[in-house]
Every structure is written in C-alpha cells, then in structure tokens.
Design a protein around this ligand. Structure first.
Ligand code: PMP
Length: 337
C-alpha cells in the first residue's frame, strides 16, 4: 500500500506534490505527458514553494527578524503562499496586487489576514507598478523585508532543490522533456537547471502566452511581444534574475483559446479544475511531446506544471459572461440557453 506521508510541521505540507499521467494530452502528443499537481499545495498553487524558500532564506541571512513583516508585489498566488507561511512563522504580510486579477485571489488574501493594497495594472517602467510599489512599502515599513520574487533567486532554488528532484524521482530517473510558462521564471529556470544537472539531454522548453516577450527572446534574441492573454500569473517582458541562465532549448507560443480548450478537457475528461496557466502549460507539453516523437522519441516522457486550482477563477474562466466579455469561447456546460 502507498501510505500518504505524515508530517509534524505544517510547512512540510508544501512541495512533494503528486505527479499524474494526463490521458488526453498523452494521446494527443503520442507520448507520456505528466502533470505536477501544484494545486495540492496548502495555498493551492506552485507559488507556496517560492514563498517558503524566500522566507527561509531571509531568516537564514538574518534579514527577517521575529515579529517582522513580509511585503510583496504579486499577481496573487505568491501573496497567498507568503500569507500562509508568514502566519505559520509569526510574521505579518502586506501584499500589493494589480486590480485586474481575480476577485477570488483578493478575497483569499484578505481572508488569510494579509493587508491587501491594489494598484492599477501598469507597465513595469511605471513607478506605480505593483512591483515598485511593494518595494517602496517594504522600505518604509519597520522590520520588513521585500520578498522580490522576480529577482530573488531563492525563488528558483525552491525548484532546483524541490520540484526538479521530485519530478526526477517520481519518473524513476527517466525524463525526456519539461516545459512551463513564465511569471517570475523561477519554475522554468529552477526545474530546467535541476533536471539538466541530472541529465543534460532533457529538452527544456519555454511555453509562452501571447503578450509576453520571451518567445521572441529565446527564438531570436529580441524581447518583443505580440497580442495579449488573460492568463494570470504568467507573461513576462524582461529577463528576471530568476530567468538568467535558464537552459531553454526550444520554445512554443500558445494562444488563450488553445489553453482554454485544455482547461475544459482537463475538467471534463480528467476531473481536474485548473487555472489558465495550467491549460497553456498542457498545450506546451503536448507540443513538446509531438516534437520529441517527430525526432524519433516515441517513448518520450514530458512533464509540466499544473500551477493552480481553477476554484480561484470561478468569476472569470468559469463564468460565461466574463468569457464572452473577453471575446473567448464559452464552455458548453456554462451556457444557460
Ligand atoms: N501560473 C500561475 C497561476 C502563477 O501564479 C504563476 C506565478 N506568477 C506562474 C504560473 C508562473 O510561475 P513562476 O513565477 O515560477 O514563473
């Protein structure tokens, strides 16, 4: 019998997530596609890992002291992870978030006891961008640290030391490809570096949404974007410190419509309710799987990240009116007519 683990510290519930074989994507790719179930973390997203590593690192360096405050700018999931870890360790949390992110994430942050500040969504160059606002608040707050998930490489260490070895062990030491989208780049770079350290032949792929600049960067060295995406938590326009040196072998660009189709299929065919970044990741994993098969690797094993729970997007991805307002296809079962 496979017994579920017993823990003596709630923070040990972060990570060691299950890996599941995805039937529909495997069939579509012609090889094995595996999903890392990050929605099973206590904060229901992959970002619990970065939150824990960043806070532990700040403690170890003596920057975060008892009674301190953790301040961060986030699309929401990192904030939720930080709030949970900070609660467990006795710290306060201040979160700055763009106000176009899902209501569910904001309600969750408030429920967890974080102080939530919302700002209009702006370009990174704007001094009022959520990242810069959070840095300023950290500087102005006594006994506070700025988590700085984009450029603090404790974020990607969570994946070098956690996610990558987990995937490697779970697949019995044979992995052929890995891909995911980028928010901070911690997951892609960290898992990429961690897997390459075990087998340099593993193909690492960027899966970029429209509106992000990294597809062009890895394809031709130019940070340039086209189009847009409604996916939350992904879509990067610069090379963050976490992305520097990421071992990217190939890249795919996935439209929201294709990601949404996989979100729908994951729910209706596999019983997994996920966010759009997961759907985009699955689409990228299928593309990578097909590429490996075309290169004669019919037995390829590709892994990707199922980043967060769809329950975080009931008012958006799973809401007919919202989908219509964005010009996106509405899932059949959401139609009232
Ligand atoms: N998906 C979701 C839903 C996220 O919130 C994030 C984090 N911003 C990501 C994917 C990307 O993860 P990373 O920051 O490690 O690139």
């Amino acid at each position: 019998m496979n017994t579920a683990p017993v823990r003596t510290d709630t923070l040990d519930l972060i990570g060691n997530t299950p890996l599941v074989l995805l039937e529909g994507p495997s069939e579509a790719a012609g090889c094995e596609i595996w999903g890392k179930c990050e929605f099973t973390n206590p904060g229901a997203s992959v970002k619990d890992r970065a939150a824990l590593w960043i806070i532990r690192d700040a403690e170890a360096r003596g920057e975060l002291k008892p009674g301190g405050t953790v301040v961060e700018g986030t699309a929401g999931n990192t904030g939720i992870g930080i709030a949970l870890v900070a609660n467990a360790l006795g710290y306060a949390t201040v979160i700055v978030m763009p106000d176009n992110q899902s209501q569910e994430k904001m309600a969750t942050l408030r429920a967890l006891g974080a102080k939530l500040i919302t700002v209009p969504p702006t370009k990174f160059a704007d001094p009022n961008h959520f990242v810069h606002t959070s840095r300023r608040i950290a500087e102005e707050t006594e006994n506070a640290i700025w988590a700085n998930q984009f450029d603090n490489v404790a974020n990607r260490r969570a994946h070098i030391e956690g996610t990558a070895p987990e995937i490697w062990e779970q697949l019995g030491g044979r992995v052929d490809g890995f891909t995911c989208a980028v928010g901070t780049g911690g997951t892609l770079a960290g898992v990429g570096l961690g897997l390459k350290a075990r087998d340099d032949a593993i193909r690492i792929a960027l899966t970029d949404p429209h509106g992000a600049a990294l597809y062009n960067y890895y394809a031709n060295g130019e940070l340039a974007s086209e189009g847009s995406s409604v996916a939350e938590g992904i879509g990067q326009g610069r090379i963050t410190a976490n992305l520097e040196g990421a071992p990217v072998d190939t890249q795919f660009r996935i439209a929201d419509e294709e990601g949404l189709e996989w979100v729908a299929r994951m729910l209706r065919e596999e019983g997994l309710c996920l966010g759009l970044s997961s759907g985009i990741n699955v689409a990228g994993a299928v593309a990578l799987g097909r590429q490996l098969v075309a290169d004669g690797r019919e037995d390829a094993r590709v892994a990707t990240i199922l980043c967060d729970t769809g329950f975080r997007y009931l008012s958006t991805l799973y809401n007919a009116e919202w989908l219509e307002s964005k010009g996106l296809p509405v899932f059949d079962w959401l139609r009232s007519d």
